[in-house]
Every structure is written in C-alpha cells, then in structure tokens.
Write a protein that binds this ligand. Structure first.
Ligand SMILES: Cc1cc2nc3c(=O)[nH]c(=O)nc-3n(C[C@H](O)[C@H](O)[C@H](O)COP(=O)(O)O)c2cc1C
Length: 308
C-alpha cells in the first residue's frame, strides 16, 4: 500500500463505484453519470465491487491497537487498491447501489468496515473535505422500501467528501429495467454533470446541487430520531440535533446552533471520537489481565456450533 499519492492519482478525476451487478440498473445509471461528467472534461474510472476480491473485517482490532501502525492484518484482497483509488488524489466520488432489504448490499458495508485502518493511517484524508461526492440508489419498489440506502451511501461519502447530489430510482426491478425510464437516465446525467462542475470550483463555493434538500442540511435525508422526547430530534446519520416543527403538512427542523462544526463528519467530531476511543481503550488495557481471567468461562463454554 503506497503511503504517498501516486502521480496519476494527483490528476483531477471522478471515481464511480458500483455496488450492483454487471450491466445492471445501478451500473447503467453510473455510466450515464460518468458519460455526462466526461462531457464536462473530467476523467472517469468506474469500479465494480463485484469484480473485486473483498474480505470482511475480522474484528481483530489490530489496526486500532495503540502499538499498531494502523495497517490491516488481511493481505491479498483488493481493498488496498479500492481505498487507494477512492481516497487518494483530488478525485470526486459517485457511489451507486441497488437496495437490498432497505439498505445497500452487504458488500458495500464490507468496504465501509475495512476503511477504519485507512482512517487511522491517513487522518488527513478524512479531516479535509475539499472533495465532492454524490450517491445513486436503485430500488425495485417504491419509497417505502428504500429508506436506508441513500443515507448509508452518504455516510460513507461524507467521511471524506462534501455531498453535492443524490438520486433514488424506484420501480426498477429487473436488470436493465431502467433503460425504459428516460427521466431517471436524464437525472443520472444531471448528477454526473453536477459532480463534475462541483469538482472544478473552489471547495468553499461548493453547495447542495440536488433536488430536495431534505430535513438534514448535511446528509439531506428526511430520517429523524426522537431525541429523548419530542420535539427534540437527531439526524441519526450526522448526529446533529434540533427541534422539529410541523406547520400544516410540512415539517421543518430548527437545528441547534453550531451544527456545522459538531456534525459527525466534521473535524471537531472526528477528533473527539478518536479521543473517546483512546479513553475507552485505556480502561481496557489497564485491566487486560483481569479481562483475560474473566474470559476463561466463556472460552470454555461448548455450545458453539462448528461446521463438521
Ligand atoms: C436480495 C435483494 C433484496 C432486495 N430488496 C429490495 C428492497 O428492500 N427494496 C427495493 O426497493 N428493492 C429491493 N430489491 C430490488 C433491487 O433493488 C432492484 O432489482 C435493483 O434494480 C437491482 O439493481 P441492479 O440491477 O443494479 O443490481 C432487492 C433485490 C435483491 C436481489
């Protein structure tokens, strides 16, 4: 894994990542976005997760151990290639995913989990949000069956980027079904153009270019969590808090002052989160021999089924 960006990764480009099947609806919409971005003079690379060898995080926590250099113990799969493509250089990023049981497919989550060593090794890539990203969700059903797809795609994008656009396709079930929907294809082209244009302006001028701004000003979703008791609410994706108001059939949220600084994806929150993890680790490591002793009872418990 290279520690410094390689020369070709310094070139401004757009990386599109598909979590869908080869030549499925997601890939078609991503290609539509990529072609439109190319029309704006941006170089494009499209990566299919299903073409890659991706191992799940084993939860060993070596990458987060105070004595570790932050590297992952898993060797020989394509995660270093993928994360290097996504995180290094000045590239924009579009992630597209079909909806599987209300969320993006498990393969996407496997990539997200494997990003933790990268955060440890390259915090600058996560603190400096000068690059942009956008998300495409594709569902076979209607709005009642796609709830967590875009918010989860966006949570990954916002680790390293400012979100500028998102779109959700509905009622495209079979592979290539989206080719019957000109408006959806056109919307994907617009998303690609938006990202390409946002890539070429200074980051302080980049703002939301999508359709509905949503209730959350950060991830632009309408998901709200009741925070204790109404009308206090939290955006579960961005962890900003506010007061929800209902006026007729319209809901608005007055977000607490300072939400921009305190949002989950901002420098302040990431630094605090890392400090919190270190404090939790200290409690553990100070008592590690005792934990080892108490673990014996559970290690000896024999109800674990092992495949013959
Ligand atoms: C395992 C599985 C679960 C699915 N779950 C949902 C779902 O919860 N909501 C939905 O709208 N569509 C669901 N679908 C339909 C897909 O989102 C849809 O077929 C999509 O177009 C697939 O995209 P692709 O062609 O890029 O693979 C599911 C499909 C599969 C295979």
């Amino acid at each position: 894994m290279a520690d410094e960006p390689r020369e070709q990764d310094q070139v401004k480009k757009l990386v599109a990542v598909s979590c869908g099947e080869r030549m499925g609806n997601t890939e078609i919409l991503l290609k539509e976005a990529c072609m439109a971005a190319e029309g704006e003079g941006v170089a494009v690379e499209l990566i299919r997760l299903l073409d890659l060898k991706i191992e799940p995080c084993r939860g060993c926590k070596r990458c987060n151990h105070p004595d570790s250099d932050g590297d992952c113990v898993i060797r020989g799969d394509d995660i270093p290639f993928l994360l290097e493509k996504i995180h290094w250089g000045d590239c924009g990023l579009i992630v597209g995913a079909p909806v599987y049981f209300l969320t993006p497919p498990g393969l996407f989550k496997m990539v997200v989990d494997r990003t933790i060593p990268y955060i440890r090794r390259h915090p600058e890539a996560f603190l400096n949000k000068t690059r942009v990203g956008a998300a495409i969700g594709v569902g076979g059903s209607d709005a009642g069956w796609v709830n967590f797809c875009l918010p989860l795609l966006n949570s990954f994008l916002m680790l390293t980027r400012e979100l500028v656009d998102q779109m959700q396709a509905f009622h495209v079930g079979e592979s290539g079904h989206v080719l019957l929907k000109e408006d959806v294809l056109a919307r994907a082209g617009k998303l690609g153009r938006n990202v390409a244009r946002a890539m070429s302006v200074p980051s302080e001028q980049v703002g939301w270019m999508g359709d509905e701004p949503g209730l959350c000003p950060v991830c632009h979703s309408n998901l709200l969590e009741v925070d204790g008791s109404l009308p206090r609410v939290t955006c579960p994706i961005c962890n900003i808090k506010g007061i929800v108001r209902v006026d007729g059939d319209a809901a608005t949220v007055a977000w607490d002052e300072g939400w921009r600084e305190s949002r989950r994806w901002g420098e302040q929150d990431l630094v605090e989160h890392i400090a919190e993890i270190e404090k939790t680790q200290q409690e553990f490591f100070q008592n590690e021999p005792e934990v080892k002793r108490r673990k014996e009872k559970y290690g000896a418990y024999s109800a674990v089924l092992v495949r013959p």
